[in-house]
Design a protein around this ligand. Structure first.
Ligand code: ZN
Length: 148
């Protein structure tokens, strides 16, 4: 399967069945993310146990790219240390803005590399990045993240 087809399939699959959907009742950190350009509006909540991401959830109104990115993000960071999760935030941001070539450089993104193609679609980059900005805001203790 080529990368374009894999991308389409992952987007469809995660929209049909978003992982970790919902707000955690016992969240220790949460943030709201806004992408006014597209209308994406999500809530990310997480439960930190010491330095470990024990649980993470998201919900909101978002386009297919944003929702799939958020769903895959929650799967990727669950169980990770705070430092590893922040590293992924940085790498995802660098990949989608073209600063990280995941085919050439070492990274920890795994299947999230299906989003590498959005770097050629400037209007969709913000949709893909929003969940990661919001996760970062939650870690940092801020209430909101905006792509603008
Ligand atoms: Zn969007």
């Amino acid at each position: 399967m080529d990368s374009r087809a894999l991308y389409q399939e992952m987007i469809l699959e995660h929209n049909k069945k978003p992982r970790n959907w919902g707000v955690l009742a016992d969240a220790t950190h949460k943030a709201e993310g806004l992408n006014p350009l597209c209308g994406d509006h999500i809530h990310v909540s997480l439960k930190l146990n010491g330095e470990q991401v024990e649980a993470v959830g998201f919900e909101g109104e978002a386009c297919a790219i944003c929702k799939a990115s958020a769903s895959m993000m929650t799967v990727a960071v669950k169980g990770k240390s705070l430092a590893d999760a922040e590293q992924m935030v940085q790498e995802f941001r660098d990949m989608t803005t073209g600063k990280l070539d995941t085919a050439a450089a070492p990274h920890h993104l795994g299947r999230l590399t299906v989003f590498a193609g959005v770097r050629d679609l400037p209007t969709r980059v913000k949709c893909a990045i929003l969940p990661w900005h919001t996760l970062h805001a939650a870690f940092a203790g801020s209430d909101t993240a905006s792509t603008e």
